[in-house]
Design a protein around this ligand. Structure first.
Ligand code: NAP
Length: 243
């Protein structure tokens, strides 16, 4: 049985990714930081419903120590890592001049440095067996830039940069590195948006609906399990909002 480690998997897009891998018979590591109850509940559902073994591991992936803990506990639990999905992230809407040093640092550490920290800890386990795949979750705003989300957009653009550079470095070791850029997806991340905001965003989306976590999970699963020839790619899952 193969193993998939998913950061920030207690809810939202991460939880849908965990379901996609569990359904397909992967062992799944559900990483969480604050959402312990939701992580435990999801773990129970996966173990009861699908041909999988799931565990949850608490770790703050915005720190190098948290990232090391996640990977070492994953290897202790399952002995191996085949797929890493760097999904954990936070969002914040603020005018550029209102962004504090702390806002900037927290945003960059959580959305960008976490990808570096967790991948750096996991890659040696993939290199040693010359196979593996990493899928990073960026954002449409990392491609186009989002007004009042400069720190978020910068961090997510950095995730695209890591994806491209690392894909070249790891290709000779049989490891793929790809990236998904979701558009507007209905999760807790949109909780500060009003009904009117959501209607306006729906109207801006050519397919005339907002995305679901499963829309993103299906793309992640495809990239993680491709033949090995698809690497370094940035796949938009955005209902045509940016093409
Ligand atoms: P969400 O429901 O708010 O989930 C975010 C997840 O990230 C939570 O499970 C959270 O875990 C985890 N997380 C945050 N900080 C963490 C940390 N320091 N260590 C470990 N886990 C941490 O949001 P979502 O929409 O599913 O977002 C998932 C990813 O998709 C994010 O990278 C986000 O930027 C990206 N994205 C979302 C959208 C959208 O429209 N929803 C669009 C583009 C990109 P805890 O609750 O346990 O702390």
């Amino acid at each position: 049985m193969k193993t998939a480690v998913i950061t920030g998997a207690a809810k939202g897009i991460g939880a849908a990714i965990a379901v996609a891998f569990a359904k397909s018979g992967y062992r799944v590591v559900i990483n969480y930081n604050k959402s312990e109850e939701r992580a435990r509940a999801l773990c129970q559902i996966l173990n009861d419903t699908y041909p999988t073994e799931a565990v949850c591991i608490k770790a703050d992936v915005s720190t190098p120590e948290g990232a090391k803990k996640l990977i070492s506990e994953s290897v202790t639990a399952f002995g191996d890592i085949d797929v890493l999905v760097n999904n954990a992230g936070i969002a914040q809407q603020k005018l550029f001049t209102d962004i504090t040093d702390e806002d900037w640092q927290t945003m960059v550490n959580t959305n960008l440095s976490s990808v570096f920290y967790v991948s750096r800890a996991a890659v040696p386990f993939m290199v040693s067996k010359k196979s593996g795949s990493i899928v990073n979750i960026s954002s449409i705003w990392g491609e186009t830039g989002g007004s009042c989300e400069v720190h978020y957009s910068a961090a997510k653009a950095g995730v695209i940069g890591i994806t491209k550079a690392l894909s070249k470095e790891l290709a000779p070791s049989g490891i793929t590195v790809n990236c998904v850029c979701p558009g507007v997806i209905k999760t807790d991340m949109l909780s500060s948006f009003t009904e009117e905001d959501l209607r306006a965003l729906t109207e801006e989306t050519p397919v005339m609906r907002l995305g679901t976590p499963k829309d993103v999970a299906d793309a992640v699963y495809y990239l993680a399990t491709n033949s090995g020839f698809v690497t370094g790619q940035v796949l938009g899952v955005n209902g045509g909002m940016y093409v």
